[in-house]
Design a protein around this ligand. Structure first.
Ligand code: PLP
Length: 394
């Protein structure tokens, strides 16, 4: 029987703060009544500030997969072509959903350690002279690798090619943890979920939708009922649900959004940056003696929400995860797809502070020793030094 606090350090779902759990601990109310309407109006107004959009935000009782699907079925017709920018497991999975709906999915191949290259996107779109490509699909933070794609630069590539493709971005592991500017960056559809930066349970998903995307959806012929944007929209904002509204999610979301705005979004982003940078400093110390390394190669493109740590050849990351869990009650994320057993992932997002991160780093450093993985010592110290210097300068 494990004692003390379980350190749940997977890159989502995240810790759910007590304040949010308590807000959800109340009875149901009539979801057609005025009280619920006021809660949803507050939530949608706050959500728009999180997405940094003046346009439409829609919510679904679903996981992120639902929002992926909502984006596809509302925008496209059978046979439409979309371009997926490969970044890792999640980018390819979104593309596979498109194929299942009869879309022609082209993948702009990329190795998983580097962000997508805007110049290659621009070249591909310039080649597409008759504008067969209807949309570009990209994951902002590829949760399987910890690589960040530069959305403004990718938008710039689409514009430089003078291509009308819609830009669809998955922010499931970045929204509310890292800066994301839907309108300023010209993103047509943003896909998000409840269980990461928003600190809620899994089971609610969102899309922010531009006017251009809403117009495109009027002509799209893929069948849709549950996800149909036009069924959900009232006068400019969501007014309807297919079925019973997820009232408890809104209790929790109201509290979560208040917490985020009370802290201040920029402070939330800075906190995530600090904790991520401390993690990276620790991994850099472990890297000595040919030890583990941060999987994401480009310093400016390393996620502030998740760090994938690549073990030296021949060592089993899942074994290390088991040791961390069994011995120290610390849960780490595993490698996905081709990274299974090769990386472990530290989620440093949501309701997290310095001691929680340091406890995790210490558990990982002990597990590295216990599993015989070559590494340099001093990861915890490096993280402490960095965090202390940061704290002193605030
Ligand atoms: N996209 C990304 C980037 C993710 O990290 C995840 C889940 O972790 C998903 C999509 C799928 O979301 P869900 O598991 O909520 O369906």
């Amino acid at each position: 029987m494990a004692h003390g606090q379980h350190f749940f350090m997977n890159p989502g779902p995240t810790n759910i703060p007590e304040r949010i759990l308590r807000a959800m601990n109340r009875g149901a109310i009539d979801f057609t009544g005025a009280e619920f309407r006021a809660i949803t109006e507050e939530c949608f107004a706050r959500l728009k500030r999180i997405f940094k959009t003046e346009e439409t935000v829609l919510a679904y009782a679903a996981t992120g997969h639902g929002a992926w699907e909502a984006a596809l079925v509302n925008l496209f017709s059978p046979g439409d072509k979309v371009l997926v920018l490969e970044s890792g497991f999640f980018s390819l999975n979104w593309g596979m959903r498109g194929e299942a709906f009869g879309l022609e999915v082209e993948t702009l191949a990329n190795d998983w350690r580097n962000p997508s290259d805007p110049a290659r996107l621009e070249a591909r779109l310039r080649d597409d002279r008759d504008h067969q490509i209807k949309a570009v699909l990209v994951v902002h933070c590829e949760t399987s690798t910890g690589v960040i794609n530069a959305i403004p630069q990718l938008r710039g590539a689409i514009d430089a090619a003078r291509h009308p493709a819609l830009l669809l971005v998955d922010t499931i592991s970045s929204l509310a943890s890292m800066d994301f500017r839907t309108d300023e960056w010209g993103v047509d559809v943003v896909v998000a979920g409840s269980q990461k930066g928003l600190m809620l349970p899994t089971g609610m998903a969102f899309t922010a939708v531009s006017g251009k995307a809403l117009a495109a959806s009027a002509a799209a012929r893929l069948p849709r009922v549950y996800w149909d944007w036009h069924r959900l929209l009232g006068e400019g904002s969501q007014a309807y649900w297919n079925g019973t509204a997820p009232v408890h999610f809104f209790y929790g979301m109201q509290e979560a959004l208040r917490m985020l705005e009370d802290e201040g979004l920029d402070n939330v982003f800075a906190r995530h940056h600090r904790l991520a940078e401390a993690t990276r400093q620790a991994v850099r110390a472990w890297r000595q003696n040919d030890g583990p390394e941060v999987y994401a190669m480009v310093p400016g493109a390393q996620s502030n929400t998740v760090t994938s740590v690549l073990l030296p050849e021949g060592y089993d990351a899942d074994h290390l995860r088991r040791v961390a869990l069994d011995s120290f009650n610390v849960s780490l994320g595993g490698g996905l797809d081709r990274l299974r057993g090769r990386v472990f992932r530290i989620g440093h997002l949501g309701d997290l502070n310095e001691p929680m991160l340091l406890g995790t780093i210490a558990a990982v450093e002990m597990a590295l020793g216990m599993t015989g993985v070559p590494h340099g010592r001093g990861g915890v110290l490096a993280a402490m030094d960095y965090l202390a210097t940061e704290a002193a300068s605030r």
